[in-house]
Design a protein around this ligand. Structure first.
Ligand SMILES: Cc1ncc(C[n+]2csc(CCOP(=O)(O)OP(=O)(O)O)c2C)c(N)n1
Length: 362
């Protein structure tokens, strides 16, 4: 467990951090074994390559609207590495990086954004909910599932991701309130990237921080440097461990920055300065920060970097090609995929559709 002296500093507006941009680590360095550190780095690089490829596919008309994650790799990958296999991930739509750590293949994630609903069918044994598009709705699912786990005396935790905009939704407040009341084993991780599409966070809340909202619900709340992968891992792990020990939920506000547009349908130049984006990319890139740490620890060099990028580019290209070739659901699949047992009214609608469409082809 992290000593409280490092955590209860909200009133000073401090953020929990471990790594500086030059790669030096403070006394909270978890000193993870080299193989784990290299896996974390690999997933950060893979998340960005996945993202860059998705943007190209969308611009080439081979993918629908896509929400890029570049800039948010540290908070996603660090926190996802803190989950045990039996823990659950409850993502928003921007968590492709976290989801690949949890075991959702890149091919499926590309399929989803290509409009193939089979992409949202999470493989058996991977404890991850499908992507949730209605902003903030997934916080309710996390509280409900975590409450159910308590009732069933299961010892797993739930990690729920959402953005700063989601904290303006009633869903968020209801979720946190009952998470507190029932002391459920959930961690609510707000990736505060400063904007909900074009709306800046100062128009979402008059509170100084999002983390302090935890106080109103009687739960722990921390601010995290979300550009720092080690801090993201350590803080998420601490919160998940406490959840599993029966110490209830935590709200984490991770300060981060998205380098790209909100989605491919957005033009961020209309609401933020290009110079700011370029400066933050240069000064705070989470991948460069972690690479500097690995280099300092003599675990990384240019040759390894080149080989990794080449390998990952191949994997990403293959995933995109496979996604394009993947079978798409029929109309009947879409209806049957909603409930474990299709209710009679949907059965009727399906039969009617088959009759008027001559066999059920969409
Ligand atoms: C209930 C609902 N309202 C509006 C939208 C349209 N919408 C999609 S993303 C978004 C902004 C969300 O911002 P934030 O929660 O900060 O997350 P971010 O996209 O920055 O990761 C909005 C308004 C939606 N998907 N769902």
């Amino acid at each position: 467990m992290i000593d409280d002296k490092y955590l209860y500093r909200l009133e000073k507006g401090e953020t929990f951090h471990i790594l500086d941009q030059d790669g030096s680590a403070n006394e909270l360095d978890p000193k993870l074994p080299p193989d784990v550190l290299l896996k974390i780095y690999r997933m950060m690089v893979q998340a960005r390559a996945f993202d860059e490829k998705a943007l190209k596919l969308q611009r080439a008309g081979r993918m629908g609207t896509y929400p890029p994650l570049s800039g948010q790799e540290a908070v996603q990958i660090g926190s996802a590495f803190a989950l045990d296999k039996s823990d659950w991930m409850v993502p928003s739509y921007r968590e492709a990086g976290a989801m690949m750590v949890k075991g959702v293949p890149m091919k499926l994630q590309y399929m989803l954004w290509m409009g193939n609903d089979w992409g949202n069918r999470i493989p058996d044994g991977v404890n991850c909910l499908p992507v949730s598009i209605p902003v903030g709705s997934q916080t309710l699912h996390a509280t409900g599932m975590a409450w159910a786990a308590n009732v069933r005396k299961e010892k797993n935790a739930f990690l729920c991701y959402f953005g700063d905009g989601a904290t303006s939704r009633g869903d968020f407040h209801e979720s946190l309130n009952f998470a507190g009341v029932f002391q459920v084993p959930a961690v609510f991780l707000c990736s505060n990237n400063g904007f909900a599409i074009s709306t800046p966070v100062v128009l979402q809340t008059h509170a100084e921080t999002i983390a302090q909202k935890a106080i109103a619900y009687g739960i722990r709340g921390y601010r995290l440097d979300g550009m720092d992968v080690l801090a993201s891992y350590v803080l998420a792990k601490d919160a998940l461990d406490r959840a599993k020990k029966g110490e209830g939920p935590t709200l984490i506000e991770a300060l981060c920055y998205r380098f790209g547009p909100h989605t491919t349908a957005d033009n961020p130049d209309l609401y933020r300065e290009k110079e700011e984006v370029e400066r933050i990319k240069k000064e705070k890139d989470p991948i460069a920060r972690f690479r500097n740490y690995l280099v300092k620890r003599k675990l990384w060099d240019d040759q390894k970097e080149k080989a990794l990028i080449e390998e990952i580019d191949r994997l990403v290209d293959a995933a995109a090609k496979e996604a394009e070739k993947a079978p798409v659901p029929t109309f009947e699949d879409l209806v049957r995929n909603v409930f474990a047992e299709t209710p009679p009214y949907l059965e009727d609608e399906l039969n009617y559709f088959k009759k008027v469409s001559g066999g059920g082809k969409p």
